[in-house]
Design a protein. Sequence first.
Length: 77
Amino acid sequence: MTRTLISRPAVRVAGVPDSRCDRCGAAAKLVAQFPSGGMLAFCGHHANRFADRIAETAEVVVVEPHFAWRGVEDPAA
Ligand SMILES: [Zn+2]
């Protein structure tokens, strides 16, 4: 079950595929899909560190349930 929370980017709360953070290799909490077709995975630390850039550039963001990403106002709503 997925929910769209905001329109830009489309944020969906769903299980993140078994991925590793592209920055540090920790378990991914967020996967961002870009208009170019590229995808990047981020752990909780890096998802929040790059939240502004992700929110500006990503087309679709998939956020792990229970992960409070800084890029959305209330991801648990
Ligand atoms: Zn990381």
